[in-house]
Write a protein that binds this ligand. Structure first.
Ligand SMILES: [Zn+2]
Length: 201
């Protein structure tokens, strides 16, 4: 589906756009007028970590769980741990910061087209045709990745990088297709982005 048909959280709607109209995530550095989607800005990332700001929309994340999009390998490892009834522990730090549930659902569907730092997952500047290959190849659940909720995050701001570590999986939403989370995103936006727990009230 076209990226502009994916409904945007209001805080994403407020983000600056690149020339194609793609919203530019908070942690993306700019070179003049040109957002550098493949890179992560050190200062913006440090602000997100220290001020608990969403890495996509730059707005404060409430206390409680945070979300991120993981690639296929990590999705498979989480699925395996959950199936075995083991807690999932990934102690390898990542440069990718957390975000709101709605923002990460949105990012999971739009970011393959943004060519974000997916390079670190072995997708060098993912193009739409690479995405199609994944869908064709994607026989297993969550082959493309997952939107994952974690109870909390830790971070370290080193002189050269901002590193995040995520603790305790509280929600696991795998995807095999680019538009897998469309209904979930619509439902989340209808709830005002208060997360899955708020739906009961
Ligand atoms: Zn956000």
């Amino acid at each position: 589906m076209r990226f502009d048909l994916v409904p945007k959280p209001s805080t994403v709607e407020d983000r600056p756009r690149d020339v194609r109209g793609y919203p530019v995530p908070a942690i993306t550095p700019w070179d003049g007028e040109q957002p550098q989607f493949a890179l992560t800005d050190y200062g913006r990332s440090a602000d997100c970590a220290q001020q608990r700001l969403c890495s996509v929309c730059n707005v404060l994340m409430p206390r409680g769980p945070v979300w991120r999009v993981v690639g296929g390998a990590e999705s498979a490892a989480i699925a395996e741990a959950l199936a075995a009834g083991r807690p999932y522990r990934n102690m390898a730090p990542t440069m990718e910061g957390p975000g709101h549930r709605a923002c990460m659902l949105y990012a999971s569907m739009v970011c393959p087209y943004l060519a974000r730092p997916n390079a670190r997952r072995g997708l060098t500047a993912a193009q739409p045709n690479e995405l199609t290959e994944h869908v064709v190849r994607g026989a297993t659940r969550g082959a493309l990745g997952a939107v994952v909720g974690f109870a909390d995050y830790e971070f370290a701001v080193t002189p050269s990088q901002v590193l995040f570590r995520f603790l305790d999986v509280v929600e696991f939403l795998p995807h095999d297709t680019a538009d897998a989370h469309l209904d979930e995103l619509r439902a989340e936006l209808a709830r005002g982005g208060r997360g899955p727990a708020a739906s009961a009230g």
